[in-house]
Ligand binder design. Structure first.
Ligand code: ZN
Ligand code: ZN
Length: 240
């Protein structure tokens, strides 16, 4: 017997009433956070850096670039996030990524979709949605690529397919222990275009879960642009 996914979902929520993934308060069907936890998310609001979305306190009304972006070459046109990767958001993303809680892709995917409302992305038409790839060994270990799962959420929202045009060819050690220049060095030649991918003339939307320093997104954007992509914008569910 075949049952529609909605039916199964409905049945499951009768047996296991949906609860907040953080505090276990009961929530509505297809909700993952209660209203209280939802208000604790740190939403990024203007003013923020036009290039990397780093927010600033204060009243800056003109378009500006932060000192971090001004002092280095970043190959993406802009990287957009709607939320900060702190507190609840950080906790949810870590559970999604390392805790095998794959269902959290729906919640994390919503934060990513919120980034599409930003004026830097809203009016653009993209030709390709490209997830930041994991090294195959890492993907086997984790069982999935979180960026690819999130790219699928965006793709179904925009009604276009995910195009995994990049591959990770170097198994890099974890970036967390490195400072910025070490991160960039560690990522050199980590990515390349997949064998038959053709990005010439394409406007690319690059997808990852979190922006930390921007080095990974920049390195992916460099490879895409060197192979002829005419623009590379990035969206992440959250940023450091
Ligand atoms: Zn809650
Ligand atoms: Zn910046």
């Amino acid at each position: 017997m075949f049952a529609a996914p909605e039916f199964i979902h409905g049945l499951a929520s009768l047996i296991y009433p949906p609860t907040c993934t953080i505090c276990s308060a009961s929530v509505g069907s297809r909700e993952y956070l209660c209203a209280d936890c939802e208000t604790k998310l740190s939403r990024i609001v203007a003013p923020f850096c036009a290039k990397c979305s780093e927010p600033f306190d204060g009243a800056i009304t003109t378009t500006f670039c932060c000192a971090n972006c001004a002092h280095r070459k970043l190959y993406f046109d802009a990287a957009v996030s709607a939320y900060r990767s702190r507190g609840i958001a950080r906790h949810v993303i870590l559970n999604f990524k390392y805790g095998r809680q794959i269902h959290l892709r729906h919640l994390v995917g919503r934060w990513l979709i919120a980034a599409l409302d930003d004026s830097r992305l809203r009016e653009r038409r993209f030709d390709a949605i490209v997830p930041v790839p994991l090294h195959p060994a890492r993907q086997r270990q984790r069982g999935f690529n979180q960026a690819a799962l999130l790219a699928e959420r965006i793709a179904s929202r925009l009604g276009m397919p995910v195009r995994p045009m990049l591959q990770r060819v170097r198994f890099t050690t974890t970036q967390t222990a490195f400072d910025r220049s070490e991160r960039i060095q560690n990522l050199r030649h980590a990515f390349r275009l997949r064998g038959n991918a053709d990005v010439r003339g394409l406007e690319v939307l690059l997808i990852d879960d979190v922006l930390t320093t921007g080095s990974t997104l920049s390195e992916c954007a460099r490879v895409l642009k060197e192979n002829g992509a005419c623009s590379v914008y990035a969206a992440t569910a959250a940023r450091a």
